[in-house]
Structures are given as C-alpha cells and as structure tokens.
Design a protein around this ligand. Structure first.
Ligand SMILES: [Zn+2]
Length: 361
C-alpha cells in the first residue's frame, strides 16, 4: 500500500501576482528572456486567465495598452505577415504604422512561435481581431515551411523542429484555414521525429522528449479529418507507455527517460496523455504534490523545488493541473478548464475561434 499523498494548497493568487509583476517588467533574474517578450507575455496572461483573475487584475487602461503593444509587433513584408518577439531588433524606420509595420531585413521578420503566442494573448485580452492580416498570415506560414516539411521560426532560417510544426497547425486551426500549410509534407516530417521509445524528438534522429511529443500529438489531433494522419493503435499504446514512465518517485514528470522531474514536463507529458485519452492512468495527487513543492513562497512556480520561479513554469504547471485537478477539501486546486490541444482556457479558445477566422476574403 502506498501512503496517501498530502497536497498543500495551490497558492493561485501568489502565482497570478508573480506573473502580473513580470508583465510590468522582467526581474533581473529573467532578463535573458527579454528577446522572447511575446512568449513571456503569453505565459503571464495565460496564468491570469487560467486562475480566472483577468478581469480582477488587469485594468482597462492596461488591457488597451497591452493590446496596442501586441498589434505593434504585427509586421508584413515579402514573406507575409505575423508577429515579432518584441521591438528589440526594430530600427526606427521599421516602426509600425496602422499596426502593420513593414520589415526590410531578416532581423525584424515575424516569428512563428511568437505569432502563436500573440494570437492567444490577444484572445485572452478579448481583442476583436479586426486588425489581423489573415491573408498575410497564411502567406507567412507558407514561407516558413521547408522542402522537408518542417517549419522554421522565421522564413528561410532552416531551424525547423516540431515546436514550429505545432505552431503552424495551431495557427491554422485558429484561422480555420489550412491553405497555409502542406499537411502531407508536414506529417512526413513529423513521422521522421518519432523514436523507437514511442516519444518524439525535437527533429529527426533526436532523443524522445516530452515537449516535442506534445507538439507532435497535438498537431496530429488538431488536423481536420480530411488531412489527418492518425497514429496506429500499436503506436498509441507505445507512446502511452513511454509517457507513463516519465512520472517518477517524486510524483513529478521528467522530459526524457531517466532524467529528473521538472514542472513544465508535468504539462507536456500529462497533456500528451490527455490527448491520447489516457490521462487517468497518471497518479494525479502525486503530480500535484510535486507541483506544490515547486511553489515559491512569494509567488510563482519553479521547475523544481528550491529553484527560481518564472512565468513559463508557472503557467505550464497550472495548465497541467487544469487538465485534471486533484480533489482537495479547500478547493484551492480548481482552475479554469483548459483546451489541451491549443493550450489555453476553453473560454479563450472559444473566443479565438469566433474572432480569428476571416469573415470574408
Ligand atoms: Zn522545465
């Protein structure tokens, strides 16, 4: 008999406060993340969304100025339109006008991961998406796809891996338009990333890791029926088996076979199991107890106990909990329900799917 797991409270307000502070400006310990400001904004806003505190914590003035800042990162040019990580590589001549800056060099082009983050951040802020250059976005997706079927971060970068494949699929699902990607070629690449263990590596011949495995499975299940390339029953079984062994004696999940547990992999691996319909096979109270031990006293969740918290691990830990919250007497682990495939709350994804697709073009 294993002893019952005691789960301390989930200090949701403290985590929301940590992310609210990071929205105002990154602490010195996280300054190296400034180049991915759009992604950090998404994790911070996502934390407020998943704890149900958006309306309480964000003033109307902040909501408008943050929307404005995100739209200022939308840029169009020869490769189409998308969003940049932030203004840090932008010269004055590339400053936006009417929310569609033109880029003239390879340092200020849109970035596919940041574009996914920008769309979801705007949906959390309940933007109406009238400023979105949808045609340009489809052209941008086409420009990012390489001959091997992979997608690069920016057109022609040649740095393709499954993270960008996922972003291309998620953006297509949000647009409800799959004309920006060559799905058969994308799936051919995705299948080459599958490993003998049943997980997926970041790119072909790489070791199986939780993050790329989520990206692969979510892409497979996001594709509409006429483009879908589902896993075989044997493949599903093998993937579930690999994912289950990532939960170790700490209760946490690791990203790779035999590695230490890490809060973010509690999301990547448990979300993968959820997509496969096998989430119930994990020990939920044990995972929650591990995440509780990663909570920082002054708010925020770290990758492991005793390390520094950051918005990325905070948001992903909460997202992992939201998929299957443990039942506790104090109710502190209850969060807003999550759309596992898009990785945002179901209300935000509903808003995005109502406002992002083109009405006519
Ligand atoms: Zn991590």
């Amino acid at each position: 008999m294993s002893k019952p797991v005691v789960i301390p409270p989930l200090t949701q307000k403290g985590h929301a406060a940590h992310c609210n502070r990071c929205l105002a400006g990154l602490p010195a310990s996280l300054l190296d993340l400034d180049g991915s400001r759009m992604a950090i904004s998404f994790y911070c806003l996502g934390t407020l969304d998943i704890t149900g505190l958006v309306d309480q914590k964000i003033t109307d003035t902040d909501r408008e100025s943050w929307k404005e800042w995100i739209w200022d990162q939308q840029a169009g040019g020869v490769y189409g339109s998308g969003f940049r990580p932030g203004p840090f590589m932008t010269t004055t001549e590339n400053q936006p006008s009417q929310h569609l800056a033109t880029y003239s060099n390879d340092y200020s082009t849109p970035h596919i991961i940041m574009t996914y983050c920008a769309l979801l951040s705007l949906a959390i802020l309940r933007d109406d998406f009238t400023k979105l250059d949808r045609k340009g976005l489809l052209q941008f997706l086409r420009s990012c796809q390489g001959a091997d079927g992979s997608f690069s971060t920016i057109p022609g970068a040649g740095d393709g891996d499954l993270r960008m494949t996922y972003c291309a699929f998620a953006i297509s699902a949000l647009l409800n338009d799959w004309s920006g990607i060559d799905a058969p070629r994308a799936f051919a690449y995705l299948r080459r990333c599958r490993t003998y263990e049943g997980g997926y590596g970041q790119s072909p011949t790489c070791e199986a890791i939780g993050g790329p495995t989520y990206c692969a499975l979510a892409s497979v299940y996001l594709a509409p029926p006429h483009l879908a390339m589902p896993l075989t029953p044997a493949e599903r079984k093998q993937t579930t088996r690999w994912l289950l062994q990532t939960q170790n004696e700490t209760g946490g999940l690791s990203g790779r076979t035999g590695k230490l547990a890490d809060a973010c992999y509690c999301f990547w691996c448990s979300a993968s199991l959820d997509i496969l319909g096998d989430r119930a096979l994990l020990n939920t109270p044990a995972m929650a107890a591990f995440l509780a031990s990663c909570q920082f006293n002054f708010g925020g969740i770290a990758k492991a106990p005793g390390t520094t918290p950051d918005p990325y691990h905070t948001y992903l830990s909460l997202a992992a909990v939201a998929i299957a919250p443990p039942e506790t007497e104090d109710g502190s682990w209850r969060l807003q329900p999550l759309n596992t495939l898009i990785n945002a709350t179901t209300d935000t994804v509903k808003w995005a799917k109502e406002h992002i697709p083109a009405r006519a073009y």
